[in-house]
Design a protein around this ligand. Structure first.
Ligand SMILES: [Zn+2]
Ligand SMILES: [Zn+2]
Ligand SMILES: [Zn+2]
Ligand SMILES: [Zn+2]
Ligand SMILES: [Zn+2]
Length: 592
């Protein structure tokens, strides 16, 4: 039987289904007291997605780049120092106190136990990257796996030599893209698969040499979905003069308007069996989830991909060969039985309430350990002692729960409260998905930190930046460029930025103009294409011969004939969105 509960945080009702109770029993946790959306937001608070701070190592005093702001006051070691065996990991260990709420004891430990500055595995010549594994020559890129030569990219795997790309799988030589798979030389295109030499295209499959196209399959030499001969196409491409920032921006604007005249599929889900959510591919029985590839039996999960996860609930980020993960963030790479953890990875299992631990097992309430077993609050126990003490702590967590500033109660079975953790609300990824003001963040029970002013004086104003890539001199590498947004946007604008040599080479090679905005502004503009983590019940907008708003004329007959399509679906396109939203059958009738 379904049971309705009231969320401790937002006070709205949410439903727990019989299959959910089954899962909670299987992993021995009580049912949640926060609704799925509030749980996701809470998990996001511990993750710094793409900021690096100039800091110093608490071990050697050497300058380091850290994912923790220096103002957090944590003990942070460089990743290499942290992995070294010349310090005692259990030195920070604390004796368990049966009279004090356990999460308060954990918080004390988190303030004193050494943490790795970054979460990386095998990162070669990629000092300015984080949250990545198996990467080489990457710069200001985050959330990468098995990738190299990536500049200002995030969430990519098996990619090479891309710039300003988000959510890419198997792409190369691309720039400004969003959610492309296996594309080569694709610029400012999104949701494309197996394409090459394309500019400003959306929802294309197997397409080459196209500009501004949408919803095409296996076509070449088309511009705004119109066929050209190869010679005509090349002439047109020259005329478009994409190496000029002004011309490029004009055509980008035209392409975005043109895309809206063509239907989108209600959800971008592919090759799935019995799944619901958005951006789900190659998965089976994945429910109410978002951006999953190769998942099985997942629910309320987000961003779990690359040899994905199975049998997990409430897993945010990473995944990669994971199973039985619950209420955790950034855990993956051969992990199992992980509950209420952040950043536990690399063959870790039987982990609870732990933070940034790797290659470990049987840890409860630990921080920054690697290669350890049977520890509680970083103190070493024998297997026997551990097995006796953990059930006592679980009971104690329910008998003496932690109560946060906002009055919410945390018994065993809840993730960390918003007030426990190294990051301010606006430093965490929560700010991107659930934006809050300073006051809102404090009311929520988190806190806020204003970024320090770096006082860099720009040497090139946006209006003085050369328009054409041909006119850019090597000396640009020595300049401090001013961002055209002038920090007046909501993009966490850095106000100034630099061009690095590999980047200049990329723009020259592909004849693209220099950007006039900083990487953060480019990032936020790019991900504005990202679907919200919310679903709406809608009707297919196919009216028979035309879309119901009469903008799009169908090109092929549909199953439902001249009558409007009766299909309904759950979609991340809200009712007031400008896109024309079609059901799967109607969409496929048009792109096939
Ligand atoms: Zn809620
Ligand atoms: Zn900016
Ligand atoms: Zn901006
Ligand atoms: Zn339809
Ligand atoms: Zn139709």
């Amino acid at each position: 039987m379904n049971e309705t509960r009231n969320c401790q945080n937002c006070k709205k009702d949410f439903v727990i289904e019989p299959e959910d109770f089954g899962f909670y029993e299987r992993i021995k946790v009580p049912p949640p007291t926060w609704c799925p959306e509030c749980r996701l937001q809470r998990r996001m608070l511990v993750r710094n997605d793409h900021f690096l701070y100039k800091s110093v190592s608490s071990k050697s005093g050497e300058p380091i780049f850290s994912s923790f702001p220096p103002e957090s006051g944590l003990r942070v070691f460089s990743h290499k120092e942290w992995l070294g065996d010349d310090w005692d990991q259990n030195e920070s260990g604390k004796e368990y106190e049966p009279q004090k709420p356990f999460l308060a004891q954990f918080w004390d430990l988190l303030k004193t136990a050494p943490l790795p500055a970054k979460s990386v595995t095998q990162a070669i010549n990629s000092e300015y990257s984080n949250n990545s594994s198996y990467i080489k020559n990457c710069y200001l890129s985050f959330g990468l796996m098995h990738s190299e030569g990536m500049l200002y990219c995030e969430n990519a795997s098996k990619c090479k030599d891309c710039l300003d790309c988000s959510l890419s799988l198997g792409c190369e030589f691309s720039s400004g893209t969003f959610l492309n798979q296996r594309c080569s030389v694709a610029h400012y295109s999104s949701h494309c698969e197996d394409c090459h030499n394309i500019y400003l295209c959306r929802d294309c499959i197997g397409v080459s040499n196209c500009i501004g196209c949408v919803g095409l399959k296996n076509k070449s030499y088309q511009i705004f979905n119109e066929q050209y001969s190869k010679e005509e196409y090349l002439l047109k491409l020259k005329e478009f003069n994409l190496g000029s920032r002004q011309s490029f921006k004009n055509i980008l604007g035209k392409a975005r308007d043109y895309w809206l005249k063509y239907p989108v599929k209600y959800a971008r889900n592919y090759k799935n069996e019995d799944c619901s959510g958005e951006y789900i591919s190659n998965s089976k029985n994945v429910k109410s989830s978002y951006y999953i590839d190769g998942g099985e039996n997942l629910k309320f999960c987000h961003s779990v991909y690359v040899a994905s996860g199975r049998d997990s609930y409430d897993q945010y980020r990473f995944g990669s060969n994971s199973e039985l993960v619950y209420e955790s963030c950034s855990c993956g790479d051969h992990v199992s039985n992980v509950k209420f953890c952040y950043g536990c990875f690399n063959n870790s299992h039987e982990m609870e309430y732990s933070f940034l631990c790797s290659s470990s097992s049987h840890l409860f309430g630990c921080v920054g350990l690697h290669g350890k077993k049977y520890c509680i609050l970083n103190k070493q126990y024998t297997e026997e002692e551990y097995e006796v003490l953990v059930p006592k702590i679980i009971k104690q967590m329910s008998d003496i729960p932690y109560v946060d500033r906002a009055g919410r109660t945390y018994r065993y079975g809840e993730f960390f409260p918003p007030e426990i953790g190294p990051l301010a609300y606006n430093e965490s990824i929560a700010q991107e998905y659930f934006p809050k003001s300073k006051e809102g963040a404090e009311e929520y029970g988190s806190f806020w930190r204003d970024p320090g002013d770096k006082n860099y004086v720009p040497t090139v104003r946006p209006e003085n930046l050369p328009d054409r890539i041909e006119d850019v001199q090597d000396s640009i590498l020595d300049e401090i460029l001013e961002c055209s947004h002038l920090a007046k946007c909501s993009h966490q604008c850095t106000r100034v930025f630099k061009i690095i040599p590999d980047e200049l080479e990329f723009y020259r090679k592909f004849q693209l103009s220099l950007p006039d905005s900083c990487p953060n502004c480019r990032y936020f503009e790019r991900i504005s294409q990202r679907a919200p983590i919310k679903m709406w019940q809608r009707k297919c907008q196919c009216g028979g011969g035309k879309s119901s708003n009469e903008i799009y004329q169908n090109m092929s007959p549909h199953q439902h004939g001249a009558e409007p399509c009766a299909n309904e679906f759950e979609t991340s396109y809200a009712l007031d969105r400008p896109e024309i939203v079609y059901c799967e059958q109607c969409y496929n009738a048009e792109v096939a």
